[in-house]
Design a binder for this molecule. Structure first.
Ligand SMILES: NC(=O)c1ccc[n+]([C@@H]2O[C@H](COP(=O)([O-])OP(=O)(O)OC[C@H]3O[C@@H](n4cnc5c(N)ncnc54)[C@H](OP(=O)(O)O)[C@@H]3O)[C@@H](O)[C@H]2O)c1
Length: 309
């Protein structure tokens, strides 16, 4: 049997069942030879995602090939989300990376990532219809395997001092993007997270919060020249959502953990930030992929150090 599956960015995968011949190449390129058994299993695994399990009998696959990890990252067209996607596609344990952006057409840096694991989805995180459409499309890609890791990364930083004039809209927008949207997305993806947890033992929600959301840390942040109060409120509430998820979904084996990525050189973090994108997202990706029950309902820096609430 010969399979042909077109993946993200024009890659073509061909799998010959039970034989040793398989190729992973760009469309139009010549076949480039033999692959080892491990690669073959991985190609099979991805093919099975795409083709809805009709390709191979279970007997041809070792058990661990069923532990296929699918990750969704919001706000992946720039900044930390983009950095996380760049790292995730390199991880051997990750099979599918679904990167979302408000405008996929303009997500130039995201589209430049050359990986057959990568799928791009449109998602405006404050729009319930957009979330529903993205969930349906996601389900179409992963099928019965569900969503293993949901990374709620997209966020904004609205700045105003508490003694300045500011509008209610500014505050509501901050809360809508950083707190309400992760809540609505996580709620909508519950079924897919549960599918992955039922099948593979656990699933994970990773909320990208900030040290600014720590009440213990607020006196330290007070000396920061940038006004953080409204942003900080949104992240403190996101932290509470994380704790509530970790308790309410514990019996479903869906965990929730929140993270500070550090002060990172992005559009939000600015040029004076302490960390490059890689300095934050390389360890943060490893940390998210290594989470266990011990991390459930907790708050960590990108390097794994625990943060006080
Ligand atoms: N950078 C830091 O130093 C730092 C520190 C602590 C925490 N964080 C947190 O890390 C996360 C990422 O920050 P960043 O530095 O990468 O910020 P960034 O460079 O400003 O990127 C923000 C991302 O969020 C997306 N986004 C914003 N509103 C959205 C919406 N309504 N729908 C869909 N996507 C939306 C943006 O998409 P568009 O391009 O379409 O706007 C963009 O992809 C945020 O949650 C932030 O609070 C950052």
């Amino acid at each position: 049997m010969l399979e042909r599956v077109v993946c993200a960015r024009g890659w073509v995968q061909r799998v010959r069942d039970r034989g040793a011949t398989k190729t992973l190449r760009k469309e139009g390129e010549k076949d480039n030879g033999e692959w080892g058994d491990n690669e073959m299993v991985r190609i099979h695994a991805v093919s099975r995602y795409k083709e809805g399990r009709k390709t191979l009998g279970p007997s041809t696959l070792p058990l661990n090939s069923f532990k296929m990890v699918a990750v969704l990252v919001t706000g992946a067209n720039r900044g930390i989300g983009l950095g996380l996607v760049r790292q995730l596609v390199k991880e051997p344990s990750v099979d599918i990376v679904i990167a979302t952006a408000r405008d996929v057409g303009k997500a130039v840096d995201l589209k430049a990532i050359d990986s057959p694991k990568l799928h791009l989805l449109k998602l405006e995180i404050v729009d319930e219809k957009s979330i529903a459409v993205a969930e349906k499309k996601f389900a179409g890609i992963v099928g019965d395997n569900g969503l293993d890791i949901l990374i709620n990364n997209a966020g904004i930083f609205n700045k105003a001092r508490l003694n300045e004039q500011f509008s209610k809209d500014l505050v509501m927008e901050q809360l809508e993007v950083n707190t309400v949207a992760p809540l609505m997305i996580t709620n909508k993806f519950y079924g897919l997270l549960k599918k992955a947890a039922d099948k593979k033992g656990s699933a994970q929600v990773a909320n990208i919060s900030s040290m600014a959301g720590s009440i213990d840390f607020a006196p330290v942040m007070a000396s920061h020249p940038t006004p953080t109060a409204i942003y900080a409120m949104s992240k403190t509430a996101l932290n509470m959502l994380t704790v509530k998820l970790s308790l309410e979904w514990k019996q479903d084996n869906i965990r929730a953990t929140c993270f500070c990525p550090g002060w990172v050189k992005t559009d939000m973090g600015g040029d004076n930030a302490m960390l490059t994108l890689d300095e934050s997202t390389v360890p943060l990706t490893k940390l998210i992929l290594s989470l266990t029950e011990d991390h459930n309902g907790k708050y960590f820096r990108y390097d794994g150090e625990k943060i006080a609430w």
